[in-house]
Ligand binder design. Structure first.
Ligand code: ZN
Length: 59
C-alpha cells in the first residue's frame, strides 16, 4: 500500500488548531521563527515546516 496524501500531515506540537480547518490559519512558528530549524535541527514544534496552525476569527 502506498498512500501519498498531499494534505496536511498530522498535527505537530505547535499546532493550536486543526490543520486545514475553517477557523484555523497558518502562522509562523514561534519556536524557529519560520525557518523550520531550531538549534541546528529540525524544529519539533512545527515539524520543520516553519509554520503552525492557530485558531483565527476570534475578535
Ligand atoms: Zn518551528
Amino acid at each position: 500500500m502506498s498512500e501519498s496524501k498531499e494534505e496536511q500531515g498530522p498535527m505537530v506540537p505547535g499546532d493550536k488548531a486543526q490543520p486545514g480547518a475553517e477557523n484555523a490559519g497558518e502562522d509562523l512558528c514561534p519556536t524557529c521563527g519560520g525557518t523550520g530549524r531550531y538549534r541546528g535541527e529540525e524544529c519539533e514544534n512545527c515539524g520543520g515546516s516553519g509554520r503552525v496552525w492557530v485558531p483565527v476569527g476570534t475578535p
